[in-house]
Design a protein around this ligand. Structure first.
Ligand SMILES: *[C@@H]1O[C@H](CO)[C@@H](O)[C@H](O)[C@H]1NC(C)=O
Ligand SMILES: *[C@@H]1O[C@H](CO)[C@@H](O)[C@H](O)[C@H]1NC(C)=O
Ligand SMILES: *[C@@H]1O[C@H](CO)[C@@H](O)[C@H](O)[C@H]1NC(C)=O
Ligand SMILES: *[C@@H]1O[C@H](CO)[C@@H](O)[C@H](O)[C@H]1NC(C)=O
Ligand SMILES: *[C@@H]1O[C@H](CO)[C@@H](O)[C@H](O)[C@H]1NC(C)=O
Length: 438
């Protein structure tokens, strides 16, 4: 869960950003004449219609390539993003039909927080953020968390906002056909704003430059779990208790007598140095709900994340980069796979080979730069400029939202009951054996 997702938590941050922004404007005005809005494109090169001779492709295939140059990552040439939505191609996401002679498009936050800095990935796209409700008539995009806003005209794109899963963010709606798009972690909407994403790189990278094989070989511990919420909809806590019967899991945090290692502290380096696996279990199992557990603590480290359910992450995470609990019939089998990978160092290191062709990008919600261009606010800005306007509607919002999660604990109870059944079979076989021996 992102701590800042409730609108009010933004207030100090937004105010600070506003002050910084004003200061920058002032400096720009009295300084060397470079406006803050021009600074980002200087660090960023966008190439379109880039000719790439790919294996099995003719050299004339036109590709959009984003040369990413964020201070958070080394520059990389990106050919595509991993998603299975059919809403916009990567190339389309990177270009807006901006009319610079027209007044900027207005994005009005009715009751959802945020600020102009959220458009930091596309300062060149002529969109302006406002809280001013008196501008509702002119606004192209309206952000809201309920259906209290009354649409002024049918061109307006009314946008639902939530970065929390439906289990953590119940929504009361009076209309089923209301929201046009959603700004949140779901991929199947034009405003998709995931916690992180996977990119396909334009050029393969040499393995030795991106993975420290000797560090992988030096690991000795099994799995680590960092936890702060002890009772969850996914029942991950029950799963971990049961897993511990078959494989060692070290727990850090407030639950189940966890050990101490605060977020962001030096001790987290043990994820790189000691542990083979990171339990990236979400508090709820919902469509596309993949949080910083995977993107930051998982892929941000030299470790293999374990997720609960493959279908949630398929085509979002790099291929062969993780284990999914529901790939296994029982916890014995999961534990066997983990033990095998710990013993066979070359099989384990193969789980890092994806880094040659893919990279994962964590959006920390604080730095707003080119990394965010294909997502969220920038995409809202893009569709605000779209001509002619595509009609968009999340039909049956309640089903779309509330219906996107599994029944509480479904994945976990399934594997636990199979595991228990297997135990019973074994005991029975043993008893029969003893009787026959007698
Ligand atoms: C990326 O940006 C940094 C400054 O943030 C700059 O020093 C570097 O030259 C840039 N690299 C490219 C390839 O643009
Ligand atoms: C690789 O990891 C080992 C062991 O952690 C460390 O001593 C070494 O400095 C690392 N090498 C590089 C190039 O980072
Ligand atoms: C792709 O998206 C559709 C919904 O848009 C979903 O039903 C399907 O499971 C997704 N497939 C994968 C592999 O993510
Ligand atoms: C270890 O893993 C490698 C790569 O997957 C495989 O080729 C090899 O057969 C495995 N060795 C054993 C002893 O299982
Ligand atoms: C947004 O949704 C409403 C229905 O709730 C619809 O009348 C309107 O045409 C849609 N607007 C766009 C731009 O898709």
């Amino acid at each position: 869960m992102r701590g800042w997702s409730r609108p009010t938590r933004w207030v100090p941050f937004v105010s600070l950003m506003a002050v910084i922004y004003l200061l920058m404007l002032l400096f720009a005005h009295f300084g060397d004449g470079i406006s803050p809005l021009q600074m980002l494109p200087q660090r960023t090169r966008l190439k379109s219609d880039y000719d790439y001779p790919h294996e099995g492709e003719s050299a004339t295939v036109k590709k959009f390539t984003l040369i990413l140059n964020s201070s958070l990552y080394d520059a990389m040439e990106i050919e595509d993003v991993l998603t299975n939505d059919t809403i916009a191609t990567f190339g389309e996401r990177l270009h807006a039909d901006v009319d610079y002679s027209a007044p900027p498009k207005l994005i009005l936050s009715w009751d959802a927080g945020h600020g102009q800095e959220n458009l930091g990935g596309c300062p060149d796209w002529n969109c302006v953020f406002t809280y001013d409700r008196s501008k509702a008539d002119e606004a192209s995009i309206i952000l809201t968390v309920s259906d209290n806003f009354e649409r002024r005209n049918s061109e307006q794109i009314v946008t639902f906002y939530s970065q929390e899963s439906p289990k953590n963010m119940p929504v009361i709606m009076h209309q089923t056909e209301y929201f046009n798009v959603s700004l949140g972690y779901r991929h199947d909407t034009a405003g998709a704003s995931p916690y992180g994403y996977t990119v396909k790189l334009a050029k393969r990278r040499p393995l030795e430059k991106i993975v420290n094989l000797s560090r992988l070989a030096g690991k000795s511990k099994s799995a680590a779990w960092f936890v702060s919420h002890c009772t969850t909809n996914s029942r991950r806590e029950d799963l971990v208790v049961k897993m511990k019967k078959y494989i060692s899991v070290d727990i850090y945090g407030n639950c189940l007598n966890g050990m101490n290692c605060p977020r962001g502290a030096k001790c987290e380096d043990m994820l790189d140095d000691d542990y083979h696996f990171y339990l990236a279990f979400e508090n709820s199992v919902c469509t596309d709900y993949i949080t910083e557990k995977v993107w930051n603590q998982g892929y941000g480290r030299d470790i293999v994340p374990i997720v609960l359910k493959r279908s949630i992450v398929a085509n979002r995470l790099p291929p062969n980069s993780y284990l999914a609990v529901d790939d296994f019939e029982t916890l014995q089998e999961l534990a066997e796979r983990m033990s095998y990978l710990m013993k066979n160092k070359s099989a384990y290191s193969e789980m890092f080979h994806w880094r040659r062709d893919y990279a994962t990008i964590y959006l920390n919600g604080e730095q707003h730069d080119i990394l965010e261009r294909p997502w969220g606010f920038c995409q809202l800005c893009r569709i605000a400029w779209e001509k002619p306007k595509t009609q968009r509607l999340i039909s049956d919002f309640k089903e779309w939202w509330d219906g996107s999660c599994e029944v509480d604990g479904a994945t976990v109870s399934k594997i636990i009951s199979k595991t228990d059944a297997r135990e019973k079979e074994k005991e029975k076989a043993l008893r029969v054996n003893r009787i026959t021996v007698k």
